[in-house]
Ligand binder design. Structure first.
Ligand code: NAD
Length: 455
């Protein structure tokens, strides 16, 4: 089957490469000419494990190609996927649908008048957008056969290929149109052989499923973050609490890792957009409103945690930030907790040094005034506190002796709970985690250990 994908970012490119790997003939289109040029030259413009190999293989077999022009590929395609960005609209938090509607108008102009084309919305869009898209296409191309389908994407950056190829489910929202349903079955046929459930719903329901899913996960993270704060007060261990409740099948273990608050390209904007839609329809989602407020406060509160770890004052001190992206295995900096944390640290008077294994190029675009370094050890050089913000694998086995010697004061704030207190303290560090209870030993005693270690 011939497929055109409009928008070749994290979702468009991964979807395009995976659909080509299923055997379809896919053209990925983008208005960003530099991006398409890179892709044609075999360069991958984003960091996503395994994507380079997948793109190379499918390009070689001529199942995957790239273009800035959509006319030909859309005219020839049976399914046209819209995978452009839907960021928060500046000012009010509604989803900004400018890119979607622009893409839809371009697609409408290129539709083949002689047979059915399914226009598949893969971008996360507010409920009712499919109706609007249908209206636009009908206005632009009266009489041309088409169907508008909602097919929200649930992939996670960093594990995107596995998520696309082995999803928990596929959701397809389609109004009463068996031909469109059949085309969608054909698109995902290889997955049915693996018995992936496909859920056909009405279009509006599919649109809501995506928002409800993300809102629920954001709420789950926020819930355990609040329990972590309580654990700190009660001297209980949030990891054990998470396990204790997560083993209950009704709750589940995932998304119960306490940390600095959720960020990324989806949860922040999608929770806001859901709140706005719900308010507009006089059916507020108060749990999600509260979730957003708590998460915003939390991101900022993390800098106060660092201030405390440094003895109450950061003026004139240096903080080493390890990890800048919102999670490991991506270069995505959108709404990363590191952004508010670093802002808070700078406001408190700290000099901030930072390093991320893949996100430096993106970080440079969104965070000012940071001394960027080339690895973890250079970053902690002369620092008074080191903070782990993103749990990249390379931060999971740090050489604490080397770090201790490089730092002015060996203090580690582990916002991802990747170490255990006993291990880190045994290396002479003062250690602060998120919600695992038990007070750290007094600083003086720890310093003694370090002096011994350095000697
Ligand atoms: P992105 O910003 O990485 O990519 C969007 C791409 O679309 C850009 O390359 C941009 O140049 C291109 N584009 C914009 N207008 C265009 C047009 N008219 N024609 C052709 N190309 C155009 O965005 P993303 O992260 O891939 O997200 C896309 C959508 O998928 C969003 O709605 C997002 O919420 C949703 N989503 C994202 C993820 C994720 O993990 N990133 C997961 C699930 C769903």
């Amino acid at each position: 089957m011939k497929i055109a994908i409009i928008g070749s970012g994290y979702v468009g490119l991964v979807s395009g490469a995976c659909l080509a790997d299923f055997g379809h003939e896919v053209t990925c289109i983008d208005i960003n000419a530099e991006r398409i040029e890179k892709l044609r030259a075999g360069e991958i413009p984003i960091y996503e494990p395994g994507l380079d190999e997948l793109v190379a293989r499918n390009t070689r077999f001529k199942r995957l190609s790239f273009s800035t022009e959509l006319e030909g590929p859309v005219h020839d395609a049976e399914a046209v996927f819209i995978a452009v960005g839907t960021p928060s609209r500046r000012g009010d938090g509604h989803a900004d649908l400018t890119y979607v509607y622009r893409a839809v108008r371009d697609v409408a102009a290129a539709l083949n008048p002689d047979r059915l084309t399914v226009v598949v919305d893969k971008s996360t869009v507010p409920v009712g957008t499919g109706d609007e898209v249908e209206w636009i296409i009908r206005e632009e191309r009266p009489g041309v056969p088409f169907a508008v389908v909602s097919n929200p994407e649930f992939l996670r950056e960093g594990a995107a290929i596995a998520d696309f190829k082995r999803p928990d489910r596929i959701v397809v929202g389609v109004e009463d149109d068996e031909d469109a349903r059949e085309i969608m079955r054909e698109v995902y046929r290889p997955l049915f052989l693996n018995e992936t459930p496909i859920l056909f719903t009405r279009r509006r329901t599919a649109e809501l499923i995506k928002y409800a899913g993300n809102a629920f996960l954001a709420m789950k993270i926020t819930f355990i973050n609040e329990i972590a704060d309580l654990c700190e007060r009660l001297d209980a261990d949030v990891q054990d609490v998470a396990l204790g409740i997560g083993l209950d099948g009704r709750i589940g273990k995932k998304f119960l890792h306490a940390g600095p608050g959720y960020g990324g390209s989806c949860f922040p904007k999608d929770t806001l957009a859901l709140i706005k839609t719900a308010q507009d329809h006089e059916s507020p989602v108060r749990l999600i409103e509260t979730t957003v407020a708590i998460n915003d406060q939390r991101k900022r509160a993390m800098s106060r945690k660092v201030v405390q770890a440094a003895g109450g004052d950061l003026r004139g001190k240096t903080v080493a930030v390890l990890g800048l992206t919102f999670k490991p295995n991506t270069d995505d900096m959108r709404d990363s907790p590191a952004i508010s944390l670093i802002q808070g640290l700078q406001d408190a008077g700290a000099l901030v040094r930072g390093f991320d294994p893949e996100g430096m190029e993106e970080a440079l675009k969104v965070i000012d005034g940071v001394e960027y370094c080339t690895d973890a050890y250079e970053t902690v050089g002369g620092a008074d506190v080191a903070v782990i913000v993103t749990e990249w694998d390379q931060f999971r086995a740090l050489d604490f002796d080397r770090m201790g010697k490089a730092m002015r004061d060996p203090v580690l704030v582990d916002l991802r709970n990747i170490y255990t207190r006993a291990d880190v303290e045994a290396r002479g560090f003062r250690y602060v985690d998120v919600g695992r209870g038990r007070q750290t030993p007094p600083p003086a005693m720890v310093r003694e250990n370090v002096l011994r270690l350095r000697a």
